[in-house]
Ligand binder design. Structure first.
Ligand SMILES: CC(C)(COP(=O)(O)OP(=O)(O)OC[C@H]1O[C@@H](n2cnc3c(N)ncnc32)[C@H](O)[C@@H]1OP(=O)(O)O)[C@@H](O)C(=O)NCCC(=O)NCCS
Length: 161
């Protein structure tokens, strides 16, 4: 499969919204759809929210032919990678790696990201790519705190077993 990575444009936002919602649900709604999910997704991945994200960060898209199959955000000021999403049917095809490549190629300092501690597949992916555990933080949704690990590329300060 030929995959191309390019930067997102305004005309991509409707498809990007759909990709983000599909991947978010398939990753985090493991026990079912909670009432807080819909407002969170509407707020976070609305076209307006994505437009704001696009102004503040770089968004890279992965396409197979003309079809959207993955996306990632990269903030060049902080070197934070976020919202790395590959279509469920396209996992393990090298797309996530290509998207991280696009971020690290323009990074001026070591790229880092946060990942839910129970997202074991993503944690295995980040470790395989060369990220190392460098700390912990919390993601808040609907008044509940969810433990996230911080991973930094190439940083050897590993403490997690
Ligand atoms: C995590 C994610 C971005 C990885 O992207 P991907 O395109 O599937 O990953 P790649 O194909 O580039 O994988 C590269 C290597 O990482 C490792 N890896 C990736 N997924 C893995 C898994 N589920 N289990 C073990 N190792 C894995 C493997 O070494 C893999 O190489 P291989 O397939 O030749 O063995 C993707 O699975 C995804 O979008 N998941 C849902 C959303 C998500 O969790 N995003 C991250 C939020 S923090």
């Amino acid at each position: 499969m030929q995959v191309q990575v390019r930067e997102a444009e305004n005309t991509d936002l409707a498809d990007l919204e759909l990709l983000c919602k599909v991947v978010w649900i398939s990753t985090y709604a493991t026990a079912g759809i909670e009432p807080s999910f819909r407002p969170y997704l509407e707020k976070t991945f609305s076209k307006q929210a994505l437009l704001n994200t696009m102004k503040a960060t770089r968004i890279f898209l992965a396409e197979a032919g003309h079809l959207l199959v993955g996306a990632v955000n990269f903030n060049p000021k902080t070197a934070e990678i976020s919202n790395l999403y590959v279509l469920p049917t396209m996992k393990r095809s090298g797309i996530g790696s290509r998207l991280i490549d696009a971020c690290s190629e323009i990074a001026e300092t070591a790229p880092w990201l946060t990942c839910w501690y129970r997202n074991e597949a993503a944690i295995r992916f980040y470790r395989a790519y060369g990220f190392h555990y460098t700390g912990e933080t919390y993601f808040e949704l609907d008044g509940r705190r969810h433990l996230n690990y911080v991973f930094t590329l190439g940083n050897k300060a590993e403490h997690l077993g």
